[in-house]
Design a protein around this ligand. Sequence first.
Ligand SMILES: C[S@@+](CC[C@H](N)C(=O)[O-])C[C@H]1O[C@@H](n2cnc3c(N)ncnc32)[C@H](O)[C@@H]1O
Length: 227
Amino acid sequence: MDFASFDTRGYRTVDVRTGYREWVPTYENTVQDAMDIALLDELESVEWRGRAADLGCGTGRTAAWLRARGVGVIDGVDLTPEMLEVARRRGAHDRLREGDVADTGLPRAAYDLVVASLVDEHLPDLTPLYEEARRLARPGGAFVLVCFHPHFIMATGMPTHFTGASGEPLAIATHVHLLSDHVATGLATGWTLAELREGVIDERWLEVKPKWERFRHHPISVAYAWT
Ligand SMILES: C[S@@+](CC[C@H](N)C(=O)[O-])C[C@H]1O[C@@H](n2cnc3c(N)ncnc32)[C@H](O)[C@@H]1O
């Protein structure tokens, strides 16, 4: 769904590579663990072990969490070289590749886990991501997505954004995917939904974003675990 009809900010919009290249120096200070790590912590159906593909791996926040949970081997793919450079320095991945989540170049049926955290809002179409995850997962493997909740994007009219070096707020191309879009796409590409969790604005959020009091109890993120 086109984000433009929800936009209340009117920030200048840049493409993914341009945006993350400029955001990289401050990225880790602005992304809250309450968004994604808290939901990963809540998932009960996933065995965090074996070999993982980390799609849209960014600076390696997700991989550091996967390692801490016992995943032995992690291969990461991302479109933005500057994000990959930080991931390389962090050292949580075994292999890192520059590439698109729709066509990763990683080996077929090789992964116990495929993870994509905070990436889907940059994809105009979900099908190529789900198909690639299916290609990468071994039989019985899992696909875990953590996403910006469509309700929050619509309710706030706020795209994924950051403050650029010049002080200008910049949006990174954002798309809205309903929960039903994910469910329909997952089922159509051969996955079975094992678990779904939603993260809401709670005390933990309000400590870091007090001005979001008006959004208390609104869902801001969602995690899907597919098998
Ligand atoms: C919000 S960051 C998330 C990074 C990391 N997973 C995390 O949770 O911190 C989104 C990342 O997705 C990457 N990305 C966006 N679209 C992509 C695509 N089509 N293929 C590969 N990477 C993509 C961006 O370069 C960026 O590093």
